[in-house]
Design a protein around this ligand. Structure first.
Ligand SMILES: [Zn+2]
Length: 117
């Protein structure tokens, strides 16, 4: 029965956060990116990386950039809404932080506009 001694027994109570409620982008008070969204934070009793028992859950504001979490309370503080039409930074590709000018010569024209006459 040596087989069983090879299995690591790992027990933990990780907290899993998933988006919940309206997903309008809001301004994070810490990193100032419009990457805050409402989410539900739930703590699980986990056995060998398998979530077994939900322990407790709460609604939070969660920043997708700096991972800031703020408890959500009705009638209390909530993050400022981002500008309409703002695109989520994580959906804009892998360009990283704004203001990083490593690619300074960026003004290229898409090739399809050159043959349009
Ligand atoms: Zn943030």
């Amino acid at each position: 029965m040596d087989f069983f001694f090879c299995l690591p027994i790992i027990v933990g109570c990780p907290t899993k956060v998933k988006p919940d409620g309206d997903q309008e982008a809001r301004i994070c008070p810490r990193c100032h990116n419009a990457a805050m969204f409402s989410a539900k934070s739930r703590t699980w009793f986990e056995f060998c990386f398998v979530p077994l028992i939900p322990m407790n859950s709460k609604h939070v504001w969660m920043c997708g950039i700096c991972q800031l979490q703020v408890n959500m309370q009705p009638g209390q503080w909530e993050p400022q809404l981002a500008q309409p039409g703002y695109q989520h930074p994580q959906l804009q590709g892998q360009y990283g932080q704004y203001g990083v000018s490593q690619n300074a010569g960026y003004g290229y024209q898409p090739s399809y506009t050159q043959n349009q006459k």
